[in-house]
Design a protein around this ligand. Structure first.
Ligand code: 4NP
Length: 160
């Protein structure tokens, strides 16, 4: 099972989601079953480390962030089983990159797993132009969503 998180720059939201899910997957002993990666729809930050504000908030939560930013490719959409966008713009950009319906069916929004998501508000807000509070809020949303996501993944892996 291969899961790819996608945001705009691949330095704030998607590497944070990747790190949070990786920790939860490890806690369940599923590291060998579930591969996790992240990418950005844009390439401006390709090769860069995650945003230092995200790394600092992750550290406060006992989570290690690693990896370098990269831009998502059409091959990613084929190779990953589940492609999880952080907001509607990311989702739209991924749909535009998709080559067929089978690929399109793999694209979802992270907050579809958030039990506290209200109505149509399914975005993980972009914290890039915010401050510490926005980064902490981002982790709260990711944490809640990833808890439900890892339950879902554990079931899928068990059913395979
Ligand atoms: P991310 O945040 O998509 O969560 O990584 C952003 C990072 C960089 C920019 C925008 C959002 N930027 O405009 O450079």
């Amino acid at each position: 099972m291969r899961v790819l998180f996608v945001c705009l720059g691949n330095i704030c939201r998607s590497p944070s989601a990747e790190a949070v899910l990786r920790k939860m997957v490890s806690a369940r002993g599923l590291t060998g079953e579930i591969e996790i990666d992240s990418a950005g729809t844009g390439g401006w930050h390709a090769g860069n480390a995650p945003d230092r504000r995200a790394v600092a908030e992750a550290e406060r939560r006992g989570i290690m962030m690693s990896g370098r930013a990269r831009q998502v490719t059409a091959n990613d959409l084929r190779d990953f089983d589940l492609i999880i966008a952080m907001d509607e713009a990311n989702r739209r950009d991924l749909i535009a990159l998709a080559t067929d319906d089978e690929v399109r069916a793999k694209i979802q929004l992270l907050r579809e797993w958030d039990p506290e998501a209200m109505g149509h508000d399914r975005a993980v807000p972009d914290p890039y132009y915010g401050g510490d509070r926005e980064f902490a809020e981002m982790f709260e949303i990711i944490d809640r969503s990833a808890e439900a996501l890892v339950d879902d993944l554990a079931k899928r892996v068990a059913d395979d």
